[in-house]
Every structure is written in C-alpha cells, then in structure tokens.
Design a protein around this ligand. Structure first.
Ligand SMILES: Cc1cc2nc3c(=O)[nH]c(=O)nc-3n(C[C@H](O)[C@H](O)[C@H](O)COP(=O)(O)OP(=O)(O)OC[C@H]3O[C@@H](n4cnc5c(N)ncnc54)[C@H](O)[C@@H]3O)c2cc1C
Length: 383
C-alpha cells in the first residue's frame, strides 16, 4: 500500500506561487488602500491580472486559459488575497462564473464563453436572490419555454462583479412546481433586452470588489444557452461549490497570513514598558496562536484541493476548509487589531481593513453555519 503524503510543491507550482506572490506585492498591495477608500472598481489591476492569466485560471489551456489544477488555483488565490482580498475577489469571480459552463456546457458553449473570457471579458455567478441565499432551492426566478427560447424573469442580489460583467451564469426554475429537480442554469449576455444591473452596494469590506443586483425582465434566452438539460441546475450549483469553496477558503488564509505578517512586524517595532510588544508573553502567545491557526487552515485547504484534483469527493472537506479558514481569518484579524491597540482601530493602519475584509468569508459561498450543517449531515448520514 502506498501511504506517501507529500506536502511539497512541484517546481512548476512553486513558480506559479512566486508569480502570484510578486504580482500581489507589486501590483495589488500598494493600491489596496486607494481602492478601499474610493470604492472604485480596480480596472487597472484587473487588466494586469488578465494579462497574467489570473482571470482565467481554471479554464483549460485549449480554450485559452491557464488550465490550473485546484491546488494551483488555491495557491494563487492565497497569494492574491494577501495583497487585498477585495481585489482578489474581483479577479477570481470569473473562475466562479465560468464553472457552470465548465461543468455542464457543450463544446460550443465552452468554446464561445471561455474564449470570450480569455479575450478579456468578465462574468458573474447569479444564484442568490433577495429571499433566497443559504436556501438555494428557494429561488423564485423562472425560465418559461416558448418555442426556441426561454423567457427569464427574476431578481438576483449580492452578485459579485455584476456591474462589469459581460455575461452571467443564472439559476432559474424551468419547472417551478418541482423543488431541486426543476432548476436549470443558463448563460445570459449582459446586453440582451431586459437585463439591468443596479448600483454597487455600499459594503463593510472588500470595497474593491463590486456587488450589485441583476434584474431579468422578460429576457429572451435562446434555448442554446441552457447548460446541460432542464432540471440539471441544482446539481450544477452543488458541483460548483466543490471547486469554488476551497478557493474562497484560500482567500481567507491569505488574509489571515497578512494579518499575522503585520503583527510580527508591528510587535517588533512597538515597545511598551521598555520592551517590544512580542516580549510581553500574552502578545507573543496571541501571535503564536495566529501562526498555528494559519498553518492549520492552509493544510486543510490544500488537502481539500488535493482530494478534488485526485477525483475524490471533497464536499465535506470543502465544508471543513471553508468554515475553519473563514472563522480563523475573522479571529486572527480581530486579534490583530488588538495587537495594534488603538492604532489597530485607525484606518491608516492595515489591520482595520483586514478585519472588515475578513467578515465576508464567513458569509458568501455558504455561511459558516451552512458549512456546519453539511458536516452534521455527513456525520449523521448513516444513523
Ligand atoms: C459581498 C457579497 C458577495 C456575494 N457574491 C455573490 C455572488 O457572486 N453570487 C451569488 O449568487 N451570491 C453572492 N452572495 C450571496 C451569498 O452567497 C449569500 O449572502 C449567503 O449565501 C447567505 O445568504 P443570505 O444573505 O440570504 O442569508 P440567509 O440565508 O438569510 O441567512 C441569514 C443567517 O441565518 C443563517 N441560516 C440560514 N439558514 C440556516 C440554516 N438552515 N441553518 C443554520 N443557519 C442558517 C445563516 O448562516 C446566516 O447567519 C454574496 C454576498 C455578499 C454579502
């Protein structure tokens, strides 16, 4: 029996990590404060990310993408989020939006929409509605078949990247009377009649990533834009989570690592009672706990990505990784503010932004409570 466990990266993976690390330090981090303060969409950075291929990480090479494995994608994701998780979310949203097409799309659909993304287009993933977030099956959007088209009606909210997207992957009921089995997924172009996008919401954190409402009012969607078959939608949404949740968890690790790095730097520079902060045992131990928790979160995320790449079911591992990494990022960034004292509460110091940015990781892509529901379901499945 082969019981080898390898926590090392290949030379190629190290190269990708270095590329992302340098990009985060050179192109993202120096501009993080600007986009946090202005709430502007970071087009110049996103354009550079496009040139590097970072907006097409999971698209296979034959369709113009980087063709990264999930492990490689989460390595990049952690590095970019270290620079600014608002910008990394703005960059990574394409990877989420294209997943339904990669999972269920026909050859023609993949060729067209992956190709459009490789040419610089952006996209968003539209599942959440004003009355249905955690309860994905509770959506109200409908797609009624009329000849060679579907007529799409409904409102999606909290959609990342909505204001800059060129197309959307949209979940809607083709058979509203059947929960789960009546849901389908469509590709919808932004410039079709009846598609409208709201103004970006004013949020607590991740200001560089826009979040807005998208309304579909009698939109005529060609039947060729259905992904898979009618009724495949719910399964597609669940398969998306297996690949997207580890990516979100990696973002949490990036933010937590950044908070740890800022604390190590600050606790050496700042002195009280004649000695650097870290020499006060209570502060030193707080920072030691951060280091332990960042490493534990990273290992969980890596394992979950490894399982996915190995073709092993990772749904429960993804729930572990998403919940643990998000809760860890929230705890570490909150403690980082404490390590900085009054300065930590000031916007001109970096940890205040990190604490605001971290909160969303416990909410989007399934809240920390929903991840625990999944874990309970799996633990008690047999009895
Ligand atoms: C900044 C941002 C970006 C987002 N981007 C996108 C996007 O690009 N695309 C998209 O489709 N969605 C997106 N979302 C939506 C996000 O996924 C949902 O907000 C999230 O899933 C929670 O849904 P909700 O807001 O409706 O909360 P609710 O489902 O109303 O939950 C409210 C609270 O109740 C808890 N709760 C609900 N049901 C249960 C239960 N059964 N057991 C235990 N606790 C429960 C939740 O954990 C939460 O604490 C985004 C949200 C935000 C804030």
């Amino acid at each position: 029996m082969d019981s080898t466990v390898n926590f090392g990266l290949t030379a190629e993976q190290k190269e990708i990590q270095l590329l992302a690390r340098e990009f985060a330090r050179r192109e993202i981090a120096p501009h993080a404060e600007h986009y946090d303060k202005t709430h502007e969409y970071p087009w110049p950075i996103v354009k550079k990310a496009q040139e590097m291929g970072f907006t097409c990480q999971n698209i296979p090479v034959e369709y113009g993408g980087m063709g990264l494995s999930l492990l490689e994608e989460i390595i990049v994701g952690e590095e970019l989020a270290w620079g600014c998780s608002g910008m990394s979310t703005a960059i990574a949203v394409n990877g989420l939006a294209i997943l339904p097409i990669l999972i269920a799309g026909s050859e023609a659909q993949k060729k067209e929409y992956c190709g459009r993304m490789a040419d610089g287009q952006m996209a968003s993933y539209c599942a959440t509605e004003p009355e249905a977030g955690s309860d994905v099956a509770g959506i109200k959007t409908t797609a009624r078949k009329e000849g060679s088209h579907y007529i799409l009606n409904g409102s999606k909210t909290f959609i990342t990247g909505a204001t800059v997207a060129n197309f959307y992957t949209v979940f809607a009921y083709t058979d509203p009377d059947t929960r789960y089995n009546g849901m389908s997924c469509f590709i919808v172009d932004r410039d079709w009649d009846g598609v409208s996008v709201g103004k970006p919401f004013d949020k607590m954190g991740q200001h560089a990533s826009d979040t807005a409402e998208v309304v579909f009012d009698n939109v005529k969607v060609p039947a060729t834009h259905l992904l898979g078959k009618e009724g495949d939608g719910f399964l597609i949404a669940m398969k998306v989570f297996d690949r997207s949740r580890p990516g979100t968890a990696a973002g949490s690790v990036g933010v937590a690592q950044r908070a740890l790095d800022e604390c190590v730097r600050y606790a050496k520079e700042r002195s009280t009672w004649g000695q650097p902060l870290y020499k006060h045992q209570v502060i030193g131990h707080m920072i030691a706990d951060m280091a332990i928790e960042v490493e534990a979160a990273r290992l969980l995320v890596w394992k979950c990505a490894w399982a996915y790449d190995a073709g092993v079911s990772n749904t429960t591992l993804a729930a572990y990784a998403k919940a643990f990494a998000a809760d860890t990022a929230m705890k570490i960034t909150t403690n980082a503010v404490q390590v900085f004292g009054g300065y930590g509460y000031m916007a001109e110091y970096p940890v205040e932004k990190l604490m605001r940015d971290a909160k969303i990781f416990q909410i989007y892509e399934g809240t920390s409570q929903i991840q625990r529901n999944i874990i309970v379901r799996e633990l008690f499945r047999k009895g």
